[in-house]
Design a protein around this ligand. Sequence first.
Ligand SMILES: Cc1cc2nc3c(=O)[nH]c(=O)nc-3n(C[C@H](O)[C@H](O)[C@H](O)COP(=O)(O)OP(=O)(O)OC[C@H]3O[C@@H](n4cnc5c(N)ncnc54)[C@H](O)[C@@H]3O)c2cc1C
Length: 219
Amino acid sequence: MRPNVKVLETSYISPQIKKIRFQGDISKWSFRIGYANVVRVSETEFRNYTVADHDKEKGIFEIIFHIHGNGIGSKYIDALQTNDELFISPPRGKKMYDKNVKQQFFFGDETSLGVALALLPLLKKNNHQFQFYFELDEKNKSVPELLGLENYNTFPKNNSRNEKWISNLPLFQTDEWNTANFALVGNVKSVQTFRKVLKDKKQGNIYSQGYWLEGKKGL
Ligand SMILES: Cc1cc2nc3c(=O)[nH]c(=O)nc-3n(C[C@H](O)[C@H](O)[C@H](O)COP(=O)(O)OP(=O)(O)OC[C@H]3O[C@@H](n4cnc5c(N)ncnc54)[C@H](O)[C@@H]3O)c2cc1C
């Protein structure tokens, strides 16, 4: 658990979204869409974050952090500066991408921008039809564009806690997306509501993982 990576560069995409580029020996790390790394945020605590981009040869990787201000991880990351050293584990977890399915739908929030960025080049390379949906705070609305994401819709938080609103989304009004892959990540309640609508409609393959929940520490 000793520090194994160093902060090369930090930047704020918005006051709440911080991008950090790290350097370290990642030659043996295995990167899969949906995998996450644990970051040591105190003597005893660890939090999950996703690598958004990496270059194995140069030993460089980037993570997009939501600086929400409510937890120890968020505060620790906010304070990180160039040359700081810390411990980040290799990626591991749940895969959420199947390259054999033509249509790919992705739902997430600020915590999911990193996995969306990691997924985008694969969606383009493998000629998928794809659509990103992000629920974002007003102040982060322009972040997907600033990060270079494509084919996305943004909408205010709480819409995705409303089953009726989800059912009325344009993509559910055609048969075209019936057999799509649905990757649902981010807030637990939003993910659960989305999942319920999809299950009720018996639509597609669902990969879902809650990334955070109000009142719960470190999922
Ligand atoms: C597989 C996986 C991958 C993840 N990838 C990323 C990633 O790439 N980038 C990223 O920013 N996050 C990511 N997360 C989410 C991140 O791990 C959580 O947001 C985590 O709770 C942050 O830790 P914390 O110490 O700041 O807050 P905690 O101490 O865990 O929580 C304290 C309180 O803060 C509040 N809270 C937690 N997260 C948020 C939030 N996002 N917005 C508003 N309030 C919140 C909750 O009410 C909670 O009770 C990922 C989670 C998982 C499981």
